[in-house]
Structures are given as structure tokens and as C-alpha cells.
Design a protein around this ligand. Sequence first.
Ligand code: SF4
Ligand code: SF4
Ligand code: SF4
Length: 241
Amino acid sequence: MPKCIFIDTTRCTACRGCQVACKQWHDHEAVPTLQTGTHQNPPDLNPNNFKLVRFSEHKLDGRVHWLFFPEQCRHCQDNPPCKDAADEFLEGAIIIDESTGIVICTEKTKELTKEQCEEIIDACPYNIPRLNEKTKELTKCDMCIDRVHAGLVPMCVKSCCTGAMNFGEREDMLKLADEHLAYVQKTFPDAELLDADFLGVIYLVSHPREMYHEYAKRETHPLNRADFLASVTKPFRNILG
Ligand code: SF4
Ligand code: SF4
Ligand code: SF4
């Protein structure tokens, strides 16, 4: 049965408990931080931060508003573009766990070249995977598959005390997402679920997605194999005629 995380961003207080819990569970190293003019810290996803609470600051109705977006891999349900791209180079580098639908970067990604890893990262519409320069592995959220297989909820969901993060069977999460959406739309009529039809991680946002983050919602459906091949051979077509 496909598993799913539902994230209601309207309930997120940016406490970053989920971000810390993810690091702790995966035994990730601390990353030196700097104040870069925003409370978002670290500035981007990296091999030691599979989860990042993004902050975006806006002036609305004469007041400053913060919008929070707890970013992670979306575990694309059908033909994940990262897996399609990886399969072109090395089968088994990125796999889908059959029993849960979780998309996993395996140790085999170490055998990919840096250029191949960059192509895979480019294929992700949400700009999620990151290359660990030390281990040479591609990294990203694994939906805490060890916990899920043990009957536990992902660590970030476990740590969230506001109800922003929820986990369960996909069908149940879609139902919960629809209920939350109906409630939020009473105050924010333009609220929506992002790409709910084809993702294993569904976000509810109250404001236009571009206000949260450049990659909050992809514009197109997953790239299929033919599209991917066309995209990687495009630079050579002019040369070859
Ligand atoms: Fe938001 Fe929950 Fe994460 Fe806190 S733990 S930042 S409330 S999603
Ligand atoms: Fe792959 Fe990106 Fe989809 Fe995650 S969000 S499964 S990295 S394509
Ligand atoms: Fe991190 Fe697990 Fe949450 Fe993914 S599901 S962001 S790996 S804690």
C-alpha cells in the first residue's frame, strides 16, 4: 500500500523540530551556519539536511508575513523523474520500494559520475537530490523507510506537534488533505493542494505557490523516458544536424 505524508503548511510555525529530528535520526553532521539575512538556515538542502524549513518573507496588506514550507523529497508516485534519469546510466541506483512507494537513492549512486549525478538532479522538478562530495553518493529524504518498515511514522512527522505533518496510507492522507483544504479555503479561497494526484508527499498551501519557493510546484507532469532522452540529446542535435 503506498504511504504518504500530508503537510499542511498553514499549521507550520517554523519551529524546525522536523528539520532537527531528521538530522538526528539519520545521524547527520552539523553544518556550519551563517546569518544570510533570512531565518532559513541552512540556506539550502544538502547531504546533511534532507529536510529544510524554507522561510519566505512578504509584505501583505502593509504587514510582514512569513510563509513556511517544510521542504523534502516528494516521493513521486509514477515514473519518478530522478529514477528515470538514473536508469539511463545505472539500473538500481535509484529504486522504488514496492511495498510503500518510497523512492530511494541506493549506495550504487556512488558508481555514477559527477556529471551523471548532475543530470539526475536536473531531472527532479523539485530540485531535491544533493551530491555528497565526500562519499560520492546522491542523497535525499528516504521517508525514514527503516522506521516505516518497522511500523513507525517518519521522524519528522513524529516530531511535529502542530498537526502540520501527517503520515499514513495514501488514500487516508488524500481524504485528510481534502478536509483541511475545505477548512483553509474558508479564509484563503485560493488555497490548494500541490500536485496531489501524483506525489507521495502532498502540500497544502494558502498562498500562490511561487510565494513559497521556486520549486514548490512543478509546471509539468513527470518526464517520461522519451522526454528525458530528448532533453539529454538536445545539445548535440544542432552539431549533428
Ligand atoms: Fe513546521 Fe511541524 Fe516542522 Fe515545526 S515540526 S517546522 S510546525 S512542520
Ligand atoms: Fe525523485 Fe525529485 Fe520526485 Fe524526489 S521529488 S522522487 S528526488 S523526482
Ligand atoms: Fe527526514 Fe524522514 Fe522526514 Fe524524510 S521523512 S524529511 S528522511 S525525517
